[in-house]
Design a protein around this ligand. Structure first.
Ligand SMILES: C[S@@+](CC[C@H](N)C(=O)[O-])C[C@H]1O[C@@H](n2cnc3c(N)ncnc32)[C@H](O)[C@@H]1O
Length: 196
């Protein structure tokens, strides 16, 4: 299995317990640079695979070729700063692995993005919307408090978000993850709209 481990924004206290456990248990731990290396070192000696600017895809392809068979038998943890889903080297690696084997086992340990750490440090509360982007084109929107899920889905569809994912009561009794959007939902729900 290939596991993308989110290391949080750089404060060693903001690593999750799960990230630490996965790092300790993995057969090999890989990091893409010294910032991630520093956070992992108290638990394991990681292997550093640099992803130089502009050469990330090339490195990801090479690493994917090396790992694609190994992850059938071993647990390989690839750790990155912030959250592993956001603009990360892990996303390139995961894409390349999936090109070689579309059934490859990939998991992600979520973590605290630099974005959320910046919000906390600057005491910036989000009450309406938060756009995380590199180019001001909304690609994924997360609509929180999605009790009126049917109406929200309709609006998202009109706005061109053709792909939608509904998440309700995550890690609670009655957890639901679906691409079907119900008319109404629990307070503990959100809708992800994806425009690609
Ligand atoms: C490759 S992205 C990684 C984002 C990361 N996966 C996350 O969830 O926050 C790198 C960008 O994250 C932000 N970043 C990462 N570390 C940072 C830090 N220590 N201080 C400020 N911004 C940082 C910067 O915008 C930087 O260009």
């Amino acid at each position: 299995m290939l596991i993308g481990v989110s290391l949080g924004p750089g404060d060693p206290e903001l690593l999750t317990l799960k990230a630490i456990r996965v790092i300790k248990e993995a057969d090999e731990v890989i990091v893409p640079g010294e910032n991630a290396e520093k956070l992992v070192k108290p638990y394991r000696e990681p292997r550093v695979v640099e992803f130089p600017m502009g050469k990330g895809r090339e490195v990801a392809k090479r690493l994917a070729i090396e790992l694609v068979d190994r992850i059938e038998r071993e647990k390989i943890a690839f750790c990155c700063i912030g959250d592993a889903l956001l603009y990360s080297t892990f996303s390139e690696l995961a894409e390349e692995v999936l090109k070689l084997n579309k059934n490859a086992k990939i998991e992600i340990v979520p973590g605290i993005s630099v974005v959320f750490s910046a919000l906390a440090l600057t005491k910036t509360f989000v009450k309406k919307s938060l756009l995380i982007t590199t180019n001001f084109e909304e690609e994924v929107v997360a609509v929180m408090k999605a009790k009126k899920s049917g109406e929200i889905a309709e609006k998202l569809r009109e706005m061109g978000y053709k792909e939608m994912k509904f998440v309700e009561r995550l890690f609670m009794d009655g957890q639901k993850i679906s691409t079907d959007i119900p008319k109404e939902a629990d307070y503990f729900s959100l809708i992800l709209g994806v425009k690609r």
